[in-house]
Write a protein that binds this ligand. Structure first.
Ligand SMILES: N[C@@H](CCC(=O)N[C@@H](CS)C(=O)NCC(=O)O)C(=O)O
Length: 220
């Protein structure tokens, strides 16, 4: 069977300037862990809201994933798809696999929301009169998620045995809390994230998105 080319979308110019926080990085990382080559279609903020992109992503966002007839959006679903079809991201044992998927959902559904809320409060609502009072409340909501996560991780390297797509998603989400200083308040979580960043596959993913944002190499 002919192998389909995988095409993902990413920001033409990421607002973070290449710090790896745009969500295409987690998809690139999963593809690198799985040893799958991919191409990147860069989209501008304007193009993201136009019909051609909305046909691929109903909310007009990045990243998306195309492989032959299949089109996906939502990084949780994309990473799960990659993990289910290729080795290296999900354990073989059915129960361990279900637990790894549980951590993926925990990352996007339980840990990411307050982290995202803080970014919105700072960068989109920072000029509102109530913004200053609200920030510490959201910061505490992040701590309310990170502390139990830290307790569960303990001194283990990864959340449930070997590195999995659950860790990939969790590290990706936690990276977005580093700028607030909250991640570094919790040493075992900071070390967990650093372990993720030290993986060769993460480095390749990071470098690829950085190259796009610094204009040093062609995408893909
Ligand atoms: N829950 C979605 C979030 C996607 C998302 O927020 N993408 C951001 C980039 S990291 C985006 O496209 N923002 C531009 C916009 O929403 O207009 C996922 O995990 O894929």
């Amino acid at each position: 069977m002919k192998k389909m080319t995988i095409i993902i979308t990413a920001f033409e110019r990421s607002p973070d300037g290449g710090k790896g926080l745009a969500r295409d990085t987690r998809v690139r990382w999963a593809l690198e862990e799985a040893g799958q080559p991919y191409e990147v279609r860069l989209v501008s903020f304007r193009a993201m809201k136009e019909p051609a992109h909305l046909a691929v992503h109903p909310f007009g966002q990045i990243p998306t994933y195309e492989e032959g007839d299949l089109t996906l959006f939502e990084t949780g679903a994309i990473v799960l798809h990659i993990a289910e079809r290729h080795g290296g991201l999900l354990p073989g044992d059915a129960n361990a696999r279900a637990r790894a998927i549980t951590w993926m959902f925990a990352a996007v559904n339980t840990v990411e929301p307050p982290i995202l809320e803080l970014a919105i409060a700072k960068f989109q609502e920072g000029d509102k009169p109530w913004s200053k009072e609200r920030l510490p409340l959201i910061e505490n909501r992040i701590r309310d998620r990170l502390k139990p996560l830290s307790s569960r991780l303990g001194d283990a390297d990864w959340l449930d045995g070997a590195f999995s797509a659950g860790d990939l998603m969790m590290v990706s989400v936690l990276l977005r809390s580093r700028a607030s200083g909250i991640l570094d308040e919790i040493p075992n979580l900071a070390a967990y994230v650093a372990r993720g960043e030290a993986r060769p596959a993460y480095k390749r993913a990071f470098d690829a998105q950085l190259a796009v944002n610094t204009g040093k190499l062609p995408a893909g």
